[in-house]
Design a protein around this ligand. Structure first.
Ligand code: HEC
Ligand code: HEC
Length: 301
């Protein structure tokens, strides 16, 4: 008859070992669970997050935004430096793709030698890997602003060009050819006076196409229209040979050009070539420009 005391829960060595292990393990598990519980109360389920002000604004922001530009508001032009930083520096800062590097007079000297007007024209029209207007849209950067950037870059490459003349308000769409022919006082050569006279003459060209001769040119025979357009527009440069234009009636000037097929010659007149602005800076019809070419060509034969 065993005299073991009643109610003692531990009766074998195995139970003792289990009790000792449990004595350590249970509090540890409880502590771990408590710690997890405390930490977990600071977490909340998805969707109930308290959003920061920033998150809220970004979530409720409209998907598309329209910025309205008042077409009649006086235009605020960017400076050459701003245009350079925003657009041109992409290539010109590092000299990417063979671009003349900003501030490198070795790169710029041969280009500056071409004169400001040519550089401006090249920047507008593009050349090789240089995209027209640096790849921008005329609505974003006017001819004038591109011209400022050209002067800014060239002057940091050793030139001493002056900024192009600021366009008159309302003349925002003046033909780029007219602008490109404007005199740059940085490159004062013998032609400068002639060139500025030509620029003035071009500026006076009616841009509306409703010139006195305009009505007649519609129907009248082509040679009349050609002569009228020549007198109005082309002679500003071609009469005296301004900017290296082939002189009216001068066979020697014209002969090498007339070796090209006449369509090529028309094309130059329509789309420009070097200092020759597209359509001479006018907005005459293609037919009238061709007629003016015919008129000039026949005078040089
Ligand atoms: C995508 C690259 C790129 C961008 C952007 C760019 N250029 Fe250029 N640019 C070139 C390269 C390449 C040349 C060299 C072209 C050559 O000589 O064939 C060049 C040459 C020029 C020249 C010298 C032209 C000549 O006749 O030698 C001028 C001036 C110029 N860039 C102006 C600008 C202006 C102004 C802007 C900004 C509005 C601009 N570029 C943006 C790549 C670029
Ligand atoms: C701002 C001055 C200027 C005006 C205005 C002008 N030209 Fe020219 N034109 C030039 C210059 C400069 C050249 C030579 C371009 C070159 O060879 O690089 C030229 C060349 C030409 C050529 C020869 C192209 C060739 O090499 O085959 C024709 C044709 C021509 N112009 C037609 C016209 C006509 C037509 C008008 C009027 C609608 C006109 N031009 C107005 C400056 C001008």
């Amino acid at each position: 008859m065993s005299e073991a005391p009643h109610g003692a829960p531990i009766k074998t060595p195995g139970q003792l070992i289990a009790a000792v292990i449990a004595g350590f393990a249970v509090p540890i598990v409880i502590i771990i669970l408590l710690a997890y519980y405390v930490d977990n109360t600071t977490r909340t389920g998805a969707g109930t997050d308290e959003l920061s002000v920033q998150q809220v604004t970004s979530r409720i922001a409209p998907i598309a935004q329209v910025s309205v530009r008042d077409a009649n508001a006086p235009r605020v032009y960017k400076t050459g430096e701003q245009v350079y930083q925003a657009v041109c520096s992409a290539c010109h800062a590092s000299g990417a793709a063979g671009a003349p590097k900003f501030g490198n007079s070795g790169d710029w000297a041969p280009r500056i030698a071409q004169g400001y007007d040519t550089l401006w024209h090249t920047a507008l029209a593009g050349k090789g890997a240089m995209p027209a207007r640096g790849g921008t849209n005329p609505d974003d950067y006017s001819d004038y602003e591109i011209g400022l950037a050209v002067a800014y870059m060239a002057n940091h490459g050793g030139a001493n060009f002056q900024d192009p003349p600021k366009p008159a308000p309302g003349a925002a769409n003046a033909a780029s050819g007219a602008a490109a022919a404007a005199p740059a006082s940085g490159v004062m050569d013998a032609n400068a006076a002639q060139a500025s006279a030509a620029a003035a003459a071009i500026a006076a060209i009616p841009q509306t196409g409703s010139a006195p001769a305009g009505g007649a040119t519609q129907s009248a025979d082509a040679s009349q229209a050609g002569k009228a357009l020549y007198t109005q527009v082309c002679q500003a440069c071609h009469a005296a040979g301004v900017l290296g234009a082939p002189k009216f009636g001068n066979k020697a000037d014209w002969a090498p050009r007339l070796k090209d097929p006449i369509d090529t010659v028309y094309n130059y007149a329509l789309h420009g070539k070097g200092q020759m602005p597209p359509k001479g800076g006018s907005n005459a019809s293609d037919a009238d420009v061709k007629a003016a070419v015919d008129y000039m060509v026949s005078a040089a034969k």
